[in-house]
Design a protein around this ligand. Structure first.
Ligand code: G6P
Length: 496
């Protein structure tokens, strides 16, 4: 920027999410090192030049001492991040408990865990109280940093109680809330003991956004059926106050992936992988090790495919990257899913399949319990022939988008769960499957591996066009500009 040049005015955007886009590691009493994590939301907002974004969230670490808190706050300020400090007990009850043991499974249609009256950690009431308390702590930090004219954008199921807390501080604050998971059918939502309070609080926002039209519709019907309010084409109306509800499908920063493929180190990596797997078709799965991702079901479908297709046994390899996640979330006895059981369940299936179909020189599945760095991931996407995204439910699933962005050379096939939000946008180019139907997924693997080049190309082009046209940046800009508009509309309505 030229010295003395007038800087154009940029509206301040306060992005509030449970997790900050950096992870902090303590180096000493008063010193921290920070790692930027370039998740979907971060890259979406990095590309948005119209706003000056600041982040408010939890740094993912317990910092009980004041010296540590001060030092971390200072280090984070350089990255435009503002921390919310949550103590261990709150994290346990709010994050492990209410967020990830109750809301997460429920919103993905896995149901509620059984309430355990003997253990307070399992009580809905005490977990909900901690959830509200944590949301209030986020609200206090937002309020302390808020300046007139700022837009506040709250993210995800962790912060459903936040819009109400914020509006209690200041009715004029522009507040948007966006859900990154599915919003389930109202019949599912109504089983939640705190169903009224959460809906009421979300409705305090000016704009409420979801990835798909279906999720938005489910939310509106939850408000009409559970709260008895009126649903309109614009959203939900309560005594003359309208909360706008709409779909804003997120995208990725596709250029970042496309550019990465040209880097010499990525090219080198691609070459190595091609040599390593030469003579075999590469199938790829990249998921957090979460029950919603349907990893065991995917492995069983692959096993069935190998069982029924001896020809392919030494000609295909499945690379499954399973990133460990939320390992402290307690196991629920009632649901048949748990983060803790999942790892051993997956390892057992992988072991069995490799034992059955492996040879002295090759195994059909390479399973990794870790995350890959960005460049290694791009290289892997680029050499893949068939990507397998078989989530049982998924808000959007950006792995499918990232794969498509890296496939201009190969034009590989994408097998995609019809229960991922991405099925609505990439459905025409992907092979859509019901992930619960192992026979169907096994057949789709055969279809993908045998697909004529012309058909693959046509399907890929369709999806590539979508992924490069509907970017994360466009998503963020659309949401924030609609949020600004809702406030103007509300002012017009009240001045009438
Ligand atoms: C999902 C959620 C995000 C969350 C991410 C990782 O994508 O929608 O809000 O940050 O999972 O989970 P974690 O619990 O590690 O933040």
């Amino acid at each position: 920027e030229e010295a003395g040049a007038a800087r154009p005015f940029r509206q301040r955007l306060l992005v509030v999410a449970n997790r900050l886009p950096v992870s902090a590691v303590r180096r000493g009493e008063g010193s921290w090192s920070l790692d930027i994590s370039a998740g979907g939301l971060v890259s979406a907002l990095l590309g948005v030049k119209e706003f000056e974004a600041r982040w408010i969230g939890w740094a993912g670490v317990n910092v009980p001492d004041e010296i540590g808190q001060k030092a971390l706050t200072k280090a984070l300020a350089e990255k435009r991040c503002i921390p919310v400090f949550l103590d261990e007990e709150i994290v346990h009850q709010y994050y492990n408990g209410y967020c990830n043991n109750i809301l997460w499974p429920l919103f993905h249609y896995l149901g509620l865990p059984q309430e355990d009256r003997l253990a307070t950690t399992r009580s809905f009431q005490s977990q909900f109280a901690a959830y509200k308390k944590a949301n209030q702590m986020f609200a206090d930090v937002v309020n302390a940093h808020y300046e007139e004219g700022d837009v506040v954008w709250c993210h995800d199921y962790h912060l459903m109680y936040l819009p109400e807390c914020l509006k209690k501080y200041n009715t004029k604050m522009k507040v948007g809330w966006f859900l990154h998971t599915p919003f389930p059918s109202s019949e599912i939502h109504r089983t939640l003991p705190s169903r009224y309070e959460l809906l009421r609080s979300v409705l305090a926002a000016d704009l409420v956004g979801f990835h798909t039209y279906d999720y938005a519709r489910h939310f509106v019907s939850a408000c009409t059926r559970i709260l008895g309010l009126e649903g309109t084409p614009e959203g939900v109306e309560d005594q003359g106050k309208l909360t706008r509800v709409a779909a804003f499908p997120i995208g990725i920063d596709s250029d970042r992936f496309i550019r990465a493929l040209e880097l010499p180190q990525v090219q080198e990596h691609i070459k190595e992988l091609k040599e390593r797997f030469s003579g075999r078709k590469v199938m790829l799965g990249v998921d957090r090790l979460d029950m919603i991702k349907g990893i065991p079901q995917k492995l069983l479908a692959f096993e069935k495919f190998l069982e029924e297709n001896p020809y392919w046994r030494d000609k295909v390899v499945l690379l499954q990257i399973a990133v460990p996640t939320r390992t402290d979330v307690p196991e629920c006895t009632f649901l048949s899913f748990s983060y803790q059981k999942l790892t051993s369940q997956v390892h057992e299936i992988v072991g069995r399949i490799n034992g059955r179909f492996g040879t002295l020189t090759a195994v059909p599945i390479h399973h990794l319990d870790c995350s890959l760095d960005f460049h290694a991931l791009c290289a892997l996407y680029a050499v893949t022939d068939v990507a397998l995204v078989t989530s049982l439910r998924d808000g959007m699933n950006l792995v499918s988008y990232e794969f498509v962005a890296c496939q201009e050379a190969k034009k590989g096939a994408l097998i995609l769960s019809e229960f991922a939000g991405a099925a609505q946008s990439l459905g025409a180019g992907a092979i859509l499957v019901n992930p619960w139907n192992i026979t169907e997924v096994a057949a789709s693997i055969g279809q993908a591996l045998n697909m004529p080049a012309e058909e693959r190309e046509k399907r890929h082009c369709h999806n590539f066009h979508h992924v490069t046209e509907h970017t994360a940046q466009e998503w963020a800009e659309t949401f924030v500009s609609e949020l600004n508009d809702t406030v103007v509309e509300a002012q017009l309505r009240t001045s009438k």
